[in-house]
Design a binder for this molecule. Structure first.
Ligand SMILES: Nc1ncnc2c1ncn2[C@@H]1O[C@H](COP(=O)(O)OP(=O)(O)O)[C@@H](O)[C@H]1O
Ligand SMILES: [Mg+2]
Length: 370
């Protein structure tokens, strides 16, 4: 990304960074926003910051996002302060003179936060210790916010994990069949129908008042955890753009869908696809060790169901995109969304068959009988 030094200087000044900028390094790992490590002179040495330019094409209401982020990060930071916990376990955003955690202008929409020293992100891991630690980090995030009133937050992507609404929308598009692709995916449509009763169970529990709305992260991939380079332990979760009200089972479930699949999310060879029970258990152990005292029983009891539900939801979303002409997900080759659909369907089926076993793992860790 070609952004001039003047822009960084302008943004720095607005956030009260007075020292001269020493250097700017673009981080290439993120693919939604532009992220940069900026070093600046400071009293007695130098300071490092993360400068991030928000993609306002993807995020249409950036101020709502920043308002959600401000609310939850200050809430967590206060708790850290009161309890003398590790300062680096929450993201710390700089403020402008007006007290805002963003600046905007013809140079874009920017936020700046403290660089967490000695940290690293990983895209994928086979190491159960790393996976357990990531589970702990997301569990800790949940627990820190368990007494936060989630209804205060903006619902920045309405119906994001309303599985039932997504399935209903999918079947409307099947009826329309605007790209004449329905014929070739009849088997997959049939499976979506068959799995629907379990796929919408969380919706039913919400309707019946059996599950509370919580603050959820909504992008619980392992690459959104900062690990300490020396100890290998997770320090904090990052990438808070999709924080909004939701269910704990969604966060847990999406993390499992991503981290505990034996293959990539778009593996064409379905014999390689399935739930890795070892990784599942490792993540669950880390997660539950943090949340066991802050959640209600129904939330713990629906964690495994959450993994199935999120995978099922992705089957529906990928196939919906395929039959409506590949408009939403970026595809790398023709039929990519169909390959993704089939991969996620194989994973959802595997979870469906292993649900008792998955629940037993949760029961064993939490001590709850169900
Ligand atoms: N506070 C931080 N300290 C150090 N590195 C960070 C910090 N926040 C983000 N990073 C680095 O920036 C990368 C992209 O950040 P992220 O917010 O996840 O962006 P994206 O939305 O593009 O995924 C991360 O993978 C990590 O390497
Ligand atoms: Mg990220």
């Amino acid at each position: 990304m070609d952004i001039s030094r003047e822009i960084f200087e302008k943004v720095a000044k607005k956030f009260g960074i007075c020292g001269k900028i020493i250097d700017i390094n673009a981080l290439t790992s993120g693919n939604i926003n532009g992220t940069f490590v900026v070093r600046a002179e400071a009293e007695g040495g130098e300071e490092k910051y993360i400068f991030q330019r928000l993609n306002t094409f993807v995020f249409k209401q950036p101020k709502h996002i920043m308002s959600n982020i401000a609310a939850i990060t200050t809430f967590i930071a206060d708790k850290i302060e009161r309890n003398g916990l590790d300062k680096d376990s929450v993201m710390r955003f700089l403020r402008t003179d007006e007290g805002e955690n963003f600046v905007e202008g013809d140079f874009g929409f920017w936020r700046v936060y403290e660089y967490v020293p000695n940290s690293i992100t990983i895209n994928q891991s086979d190491d159960p210790e790393k996976i357990r630690s990531a589970g702990k980090a997301f569990g800790n995030f949940q627990t820190m916010l368990s007494d936060f009133d989630a209804s205060q937050l903006y619902d920045t992507i309405p119906n994001f994990h309303n599985t039932r609404a997504r399935v209903e929308n999918f079947f409307r598009n099947v009826e329309l069949d605007e790209c004449s692709r329905v014929k070739e995916v009849e088997y997959e449509i049939e499976q979506i129908k068959k799995l629907m009763p379990l796929g919408v169970k969380l919706n039913e529990m919400v309707d019946a008042g059996e599950l509370p709305l919580r603050v959820t992260h909504n992008d619980t991939k392992i690459n959104n955890v900062l690990f300490d380079i020396d100890t290998g332990e997770a320090k904090t979760v990052i990438d808070l753009d999709t924080v909004m009200p939701g269910l704990v089972a969604h966060d847990f479930g999406d993390a499992i869908r991503f981290a505990a699949n034996k293959s990539a999310e778009d593996e064409p060879d379905l014999s390689k696809v399935g739930l890795d029970m070892g990784k599942y258990k490792a993540f669950a152990e880390g997660f539950i060790s943090e949340v066991s005292h802050s959640l209600i029983e129904n939330e713990i009891k629906t964690l495994a169901l959450g993994a199935f539900t999120m995978t099922y939801e992705l089957v529906v979303r990928f196939l919906d995109d395929y039959i409506t002409g590949d408009k939403y997900f970026k595809t790398l080759y023709p039929g990519h969304n169909l390959v993704r659909t089939r991969c996620q369907l194989a994973l959802a089926m595997d979870m469906y068959n292993k649900l008792d076993e998955m629940n037993e793992v949760i029961s064993g860790i939490s001590g709850l009988k169900f």
